[in-house]
Design a protein around this ligand. Structure first.
Ligand SMILES: Cc1cc2nc3c(=O)[nH]c(=O)nc-3n(C[C@H](O)[C@H](O)[C@H](O)COP(=O)(O)OP(=O)(O)OC[C@H]3O[C@@H](n4cnc5c(N)ncnc54)[C@H](O)[C@@H]3O)c2cc1C
Ligand SMILES: *[C@@H]1O[C@H](CO)[C@@H](O)[C@H](O)[C@H]1NC(C)=O
Ligand SMILES: *[C@@H]1O[C@H](CO)[C@@H](O)[C@H](O)[C@H]1NC(C)=O
Ligand SMILES: *[C@@H]1O[C@H](CO)[C@@H](O)[C@H](O)[C@H]1NC(C)=O
Length: 418
């Protein structure tokens, strides 16, 4: 066992213990404090040539915070969300008990706390599964103008045995003729052709993927990537790629954060909407939302990528659609101005229209990071899982003292049961 220290978000020196070796069949793990930022967990594990397997797009978030939701990014299609990559938790329950739990020990609390929105206890330590850390990453973007080809290629890639290590995608709507500079910092493979490429007011879909590699074996990676790309139907002149270190890739959103902060555009309201949409209705959803409701994507990225339900453990508290393949669709809007197109009101009214459409058209959508404000809404959100969620609340936090801000369990409505 190696012990190393990590500076956590509170700038306190905390202990982070590494176990296992990562090799020869001994699964490696790290014991991280619940309040540690993922970026610091990464820095510490990289010193040992190891890294967690599943991520969020942004790493300056806490371990306990993302595990209380799900933790989803482009690795989830293969590794599952972050909640599928935890071996053990230490939790201080609402009763004040300090409980160590895992799939074998106090499993009801373990699964309840994963995606549990902080309702049953405070996660004070998490044992996170590790793998040997990749050294370099080939980071690729290609564009599609046809939604069906885009999603068919995404689905083929997440289902394939041999595939990329990270698969995401985003939607670019350019009906008003202004477009985010989507390819900043990317090297086009064919700069001449690429400079002629423009979207002409169409909706475009960007497929984003990575392949990890060791620089000593770059030629093998080139070959594998070539084969994978040859099966895809993107617009040929739009292939962009760049090679970066694993750390640079994982911490990519922080680089954007620094640029936005310098422009005063980070500390602004972010009326985000994150939806999980079943595969069977994603085309109807896209036609309505990208074809009619939204006029542009200038207020922030719109993520769209599929995952496989089999990588999500249904004993956790995470709520997902009832279908084998579902899409994560994230409308990550910024609202930098007080009125007009860049205002909170504008973004919220578009979000409302999208949610309204989903409800009326029976899309089978579930919200991720749901902002519900009444117990009735939460009951509808949890559906058949509500009974279990409520039972766990009575069991682990009978006085409903934890995370009241989620507005799931009002303090007064709970009887003093024990
Ligand atoms: C810029 C940005 C990018 C993001 N990108 C992604 C992404 O790519 N994928 C993704 O899945 N999510 C993403 N998220 C959402 C993120 O997973 C949640 O916001 C999560 O709550 C963040 O953790 P935090 O440390 O900021 O939590 P906080 O905001 O501090 O807490 C939020 C809630 O989580 C619960 N909680 C927090 N810590 C604990 C704990 N130790 N024990 C129990 N409950 C706790 C509580 O209910 C609390 O009210 C992103 C968020 C931001 C701000
Ligand atoms: C989803 O995962 C399961 C289990 O690995 C697999 O059998 C199934 O084929 C996958 N579905 C798709 C559409 O890839
Ligand atoms: C967006 O559309 C306008 C015309 O509608 C076009 O001039 C512009 O080049 C497009 N932007 C990109 C990057 O395709
Ligand atoms: C979880 O999935 C298993 C197998 O698919 C199923 O038998 C079980 O009923 C599910 N449990 C819940 C709580 O949905």
């Amino acid at each position: 066992m190696v012990r190393v220290s990590v500076v956590c978000c509170l700038k306190l020196l905390l202990l982070l213990a590494l176990g296992g070796s990562g090799g020869a069949g001994v699964p490696a793990y790290v014991d991280a404090p619940g309040g540690a930022l993922w970026i610091n967990v990464l820095h510490e594990t990289l010193k040992h040539g190891l890294a967690p397997k599943s991520w969020t797009d942004y790493l300056h978030l806490t371990v306990g915070g993302t595990l209380s939701n799900a933790g989803v990014s482009g690795q989830a299609f293969r590794q599952g969300p972050q909640v599928s990559n935890v071996n053990q938790l230490e939790i201080v329950t609402g009763r004040g008990d300090v409980v160590t739990c895992s799939p074998e020990e106090n499993s009801d609390l373990f699964y309840g706390a994963l995606g549990g929105l902080g309702q049953f206890g405070i996660i004070t330590r998490a044992r996170i599964a590790l793998e040997p850390a990749p050294k370099m990453v080939r980071w690729i973007r290609v564009l599609y103008s046809d939604f069906a080809s885009f999603t068919e290629d995404q689905e083929a890639l997440i289902s394939a045995e041999e595939t990329f290590d990270y698969i995401e995608g985003f939607v670019i709507i350019n009906r008003t003729g202004i477009l985010n500079n989507w390819r900043t910092s990317f090297k086009p493979q064919d700069p001449v052709q690429a400079s002629h490429f423009q979207s002409d007011g169409k909706v475009l879909y960007c497929l984003e993927m990575t392949k990890n590699f060791d620089p000593d074996e770059a030629d093998i990676m080139e070959q594998e990537v070539g084969v994978l790309l040859s099966r895809l139907r993107y617009i040929q002149s739009t292939l962009f790629h760049t090679d970066v270190t694993y750390l640079e890739f994982l911490d990519r959103v922080h680089s954007s954060e620094l640029k936005l902060r310098a422009q005063g555009l980070w500390e602004v309201p972010h009326p985000w909407l994150n939806l999980l949409i079943p595969r069977s209705t994603i085309h109807r959803f896209a036609r309505e939302v990208f074809g009619k409701i939204l006029k542009d994507s200038n207020n922030g990225p719109i993520l769209l990528y599929p995952v496989n339900r089999s990588k999500w453990d249904n004993r956790t508290s995470v709520v997902i659609p009832e279908e084998e393949i579902f899409y994560l669709v994230g409308f990550l809007s910024s609202a930098p101005s007080a009125s007009g197109h860049g205002s909170v009101e504008h973004a919220v009214s578009l979000n409302d229209k999208i949610v309204d459409f989903c409800d009326k058209a029976g899309v089978g959508m579930k919200q991720y990071l749901a902002p519900y404000t009444t117990q009735q809404q939460w009951k509808a959100h949890f559906g058949a899982r509500w009974e279990t969620f409520e039972r766990r609340k009575h069991m682990y936090d009978p006085l409903a003292i934890l995370a009241p801000g989620q507005r799931i369990f009002p303090k007064a409505s709970l009887p003093m049961s024990s």
